[in-house]
Ligand binder design. Structure first.
Ligand code: NAD
Length: 247
């Protein structure tokens, strides 16, 4: 793939880069995205029946089993070249901040550090009543299991629909988006707010915004560079050129 020379020049000279990733960055690892019509999880399940506090109150067993199913799928998945490239990029720029909407932990497994997880992490569990992380619990066969402290039901430590994002993470993400020179938006449909506001905040603050996605999104018309294609192909290709620019 041929990349715009101006983009290579700007990236090679950049001191401060922020990246927002969405479900598309894990698609090539075999983790289905939400909104991809043919392969998305929502083609088979109604998310509003599964990923809300109300759904959990109505049918905690169904929601817990859905969480265990996805957790197993994500545990079996391995990071792909896009995850590994992002892990390598963090060593190149004086300031580099990775922000993800993903809950699968694949960035950390690829070696990324200090990842801002806007929607939590499915590998963690918390108490529905106390809202505190729980690492161990007794296996009594009850589904979902009970909190060892208060006896409340356990749930995944992810942000469901109708729930606020963790404030500290969102603040840090907003600061990174508005302070960076270059903002990459990779594999996100840019429709789930408030995360979807970040690339637009970056545009407003004067950053060069780059989108990597095989399909157009609401950001496409606003981005300075649009690289249509799969993250696991486009990002390593772009990075190879930054490391050794063509003569
Ligand atoms: P989304 O499912 O709404 O959209 C995915 C986007 O990725 C689409 O725009 C699609 O065109 C693009 N895409 C598909 N394959 C791609 C590829 N190979 N390379 C690059 N882009 C590709 O995802 P989202 O915007 O992250 O949004 C929503 C929510 O989905 C988030 O809340 C996130 O927590 C949750 N989610 C996470 C995972 C995960 O952790 N892996 C999986 C499914 C959903």
């Amino acid at each position: 793939m041929k990349f715009p020379a101006e983009l290579i020049r700007q990236l090679a000279a950049a001191k401060s880069v922020a990246v927002l990733t969405g479900a598309g960055v894990s698609a090539e690892s075999g983790v289905p995205t939400y909104r991809d019509a043919q392969t998305g999880l929502w083609a088979k399940y109604r998310p509003q029946d599964l990923d809300t506090p109300d759904a959990f109150r109505r049918n905690p067993r169904l929601v817990w089993e859905w969480c265990v199913w996805r957790r197993n799928l994500m545990t079996r998945a391995a990071p792909n070249p896009a995850h590994f490239t992002l892990a390598e990029m963090q060593t190149r720029f004086p300031k580099f901040q990775l922000i993800t909407q993903n809950i699968d932990g694949l960035h950390q497994r690829a070696g990324s550090r200090d990842v801002i997880e806007l929607h939590g992490n499915l590998m963690r569990t918390k108490c529905f009543d106390e809202n505190t992380v729980v690492a161990d619990w007794a296996d009594t066969g009850e589904v979902p299991p009970r909190c060892p402290r208060c006896g409340g039901r356990l749930r995944p430590d992810i942000v469901w629909f109708d729930e606020p994002l963790p404030e500290a993470e969102l603040d840090r993400a907003l600061r990174a988006a508005t302070a960076c020179e270059i903002f990459l938006c990779i594999g996100s449909s840019v429709v789930v707010y408030p995360a979807a506001a970040l690339p637009f905040e970056a545009v407003r603050a004067g950053a060069t915004v780059v989108e990597i996605n095989p399909r157009p999104t609401p950001l496409t018309g606003h981005a300075h560079f649009v690289l249509p294609g799969a993250a696991g192909v486009v990002l390593p290709g772009l990075w190879a050129q930054i490391k050794s620019p063509p003569l």
